[in-house]
Ligand binder design. Sequence first.
Ligand code: KIV
Length: 299
Amino acid sequence: MSSCIPDRKSKVTAPSIRAMKGRTRITAMTAYDCPTARLVDESGMDILLVGDSLGPTVLGYPSTLPVSLEEMLAHSRAVARGASRALLVGDLPFGSYHESVEQALRSSIRFVKEGNVEAVKMEGGVERTAAIRAVVEAGIPVMGHIGLRPQAVHQMGGFRVQGKTAEQAERLLADAAAVAEAGAFSVVLEGIPTELGAEITRRIPIPTIGIGAGPDCDGQILVFTDLVGLTSGHVPKFVRRYAEAGAVIAAALAAYREDVLAGRFPSAEESYGAAPPPAAQEKQAPARKAAGSGRKAGS
Ligand code: KIV
């Protein structure tokens, strides 16, 4: 029987993600550079999101708000060079789609043409449907994002769990339905109670990708630096740290520094031999280019 659900080797697309609902769980991860994208892609992850979490996790900004479209494009290009199988989604940053439907369309088109992404994500519910519809009509798949919306941190009064009251939950159910009806192929549910995550997942026809939304979503996403232990400071309750890469890197840096200070690095094996004497040089074929700033130096 033919199926548009990708096997683990074939390219993931927005329609194949859409078709995974109710059949198999969807795995998603953020990445911001080429080597990380390669690792994420090779792990078999379905979706690779170039998140605007780039700001706080990589660029050192206090939040996602200062991140520009130009910064997102540069990092998306790097991620695209490292990924081949996962669906590549670019996160529209704050201010790149809020002014008008035309601006949302322009920014989304730039993301595809200059950032090499295959879909875009935008935060917002009912109020975002005109923009979602226009971008989808332009042929660009859209991932929605409702619940805790980091770009609306000031409006929410902080990074607070959303949808805790019956009234808020009703609003989020309406947001989810509106985003799906506008044509989004999936929607991120961030920072909402487990029961509400399950209810939205039951009610809408498109996959829900949870982050702090409980285990019943159609898929899950985490921020790469949180997962591998490269985030310092406050780590949200929903994060599971699968590695302590920060500690591993710190130990490697300390060991290298100690070796340099003690004269143990570089060793003879890590150094180049002297040039052969002039007589031997004359017999040699044209000399190999000396090892320099490139990374391809020989033995
Ligand atoms: O920017 C981001 O990384 C995100 C994910 C947390 C969904 O929006």
